[in-house]
Design a protein around this ligand. Structure first.
Ligand code: R5P
Length: 295
C-alpha cells in the first residue's frame, strides 16, 4: 500500500493524485517555531507502507525544500518501506554548474540532501538539464511535458518551434519531431542574472507562427526578449509553452504587455490566479499514468 503525504506547496496535486490513484492521504501538520524553523508532524504512521511525498520546491524555495526533506526523514524514521518524492518543479536545478570559479554547484548539494533525507526514488517534470540527473545515485524519473504540448499544437499550421537558448536545444528538437515541423535555436547571452540579450538564431522564421518552448519562466525576461527578436525577424506571431511557471517579480505584468499571444504553462507550480493570456495544463493525468506504472 502507498500513502500520499503532501507538502504545503502541492496540496491540489496531491489531492488529485489521491483521488485518481485511490490512495489515502496522510495529513501533515506543518508550521513554524518562533525562530522560523519548521515544525512537522504526520497525522498517522506509515510503517511498512510506501510514502509518496508530493512537493514542488518553488518560492519560498528554501522552506519548501526543507519541508520536503523533513517529510522524507519523518517517513524514513517511521519505517516507511520506500520513499518516493514527486517534485514536479525542483528548485536549484538551474544551478547545475558554478556561476563562477568561487561558487557552489547548488543542484549537486540539493541532490545530496534529497538522498540523505532517505528518498529512494525521485520523480520530476522537465528537469532543467540531464546534468542534474547525474548528481543523484537514486533513480530519477524525469517526465516530459512535450507530448502534452504537442497535443495542443496538433491542429496549428505554419509552425516553427523555437528554443530561446542552446540549453533548450533537445527540448525544442523533441517537440518539433512530435509535430513534424522545423525548429530553431536562439543564441541567448546573460551578462548578469535575470537579464538577457538575444544575439541571433539558427534559422529563418519569416511568416511563421513561432512556438517558444522552455522549461521555466522566472522573471519573464527570456520569453519577452525572444518574442521581440522573433517579431523583428519577420515572424507572423509568437506563443510560448513553458513547463514551470515560476513567475517571479513583475513577470506576469511583463508577459501581459509582451507581443506573445498565448502562454501555456503547467500547474507544476500552483498559482491562485493567472490571466487569460495563460493557458494552464493540469499535470495530474500525466503523473497519474506514471505513478500507475510505478506503484
Ligand atoms: C534557463 O536556462 C531556463 O531554461 C530559462 O530560460 C530561464 O530560467 C528563464 O528565466 P527568466 O524568465 O528569468 O528569463
Amino acid at each position: 500500500m502507498t500513502k500520499i503525504i503532501s507538502g504545503r506547496n502541492s496540496k491540489k496535486l496531491a489531492a488529485q493524485l489521491s483521488k485518481n490513484l485511490k490512495l489515502p492521504l496522510v495529513g501533515a501538520f506543518i508550521d513554524y517555531f518562533a525562530d522560523g524553523e519548521l515544525r512537522i508532524q504526520l497525522a498517522g504512521g506509515i510503517q511498512g507502507e510506501n510514502a509518496l511525498i508530493v512537493q514542488s520546491t518553488s518560492t519560498p524555495v528554501n522552506d519548501h525544500l526543507m519541508e520536503l526533506l523533513l517529510l522524507a526523514h519523518t517517513a524514513k524514521r517511521l519505517q516507511a518501506r520506500k520513499i518516493i518524492a514527486l517534485v514536479p518543479y525542483l528548485g536549484y536545478s538551474r544551478q547545475d554548474q558554478p556561476f563562477s570559479n568561487f561558487g557552489p554547484i547548488s543542484a549537486q548539494v540539493v541532490a545530496t540532501l534529497i538522498e540523505a533525507a532517505g528518498i529512494d526514488h525521485l520523480i520530476t517534470l522537465d528537469l532543467h538539464s540531464e546534468q542534474t540527473k547525474k548528481f543523484f545515485k537514486i533513480d530519477v524519473q524525469n517526465i516530459e511535458a512535450a507530448p502534452v504540448f504537442a497535443k495542443i499544437l496538433k491542429e496549428a499550421v505554419n509552425l516553427i518551434i523555437v528554443s530561446p537558448d542552446k540549453g533548450g536545444n533537445d527540448r525544442a528538437h523533441k517537440l518539433s519531431l512530435l509535430l513534424g515541423v522545423n525548429f530553431v535555436v536562439m543564441n541567448k547571452m546573460r551578462k548578469s542574472p535575470n537579464t538577457c540579450q538575444i544575439a541571433g538564431m539558427s534559422g529563418d522564421v519569416t511568416g511563421k507562427h513561432c512556438v517558444l518552448i522552455d522549461d521555466i519562466i522566472d522573471t519573464g525576461h527570456t520569453l519577452c526578449k525572444a518574442a521581440e527578436f522573433l517579431m523583428q525577424a519577420g515572424a507572423f506571431s509568437v506563443e510560448a509553452m513553458v513547463t514551470h511557471a515560476v513567475l517571479s517579480r513583475q513577470a506576469i505584468e511583463k508577459l501581459e504587455d509582451s507581443v506573445i499571444k498565448k502562454i501555456t504553462v503547467t500547474n507544476s507550480i500552483e498559482h491562485t490566479y493567472l490571466s487569460n493570456k495563460f493557458r494552464v495544463i493540469e499535470i495530474a493525468p500525466l503523473l497519474t499514468d506514471t505513478l500507475c506504472d510505478l506503484l
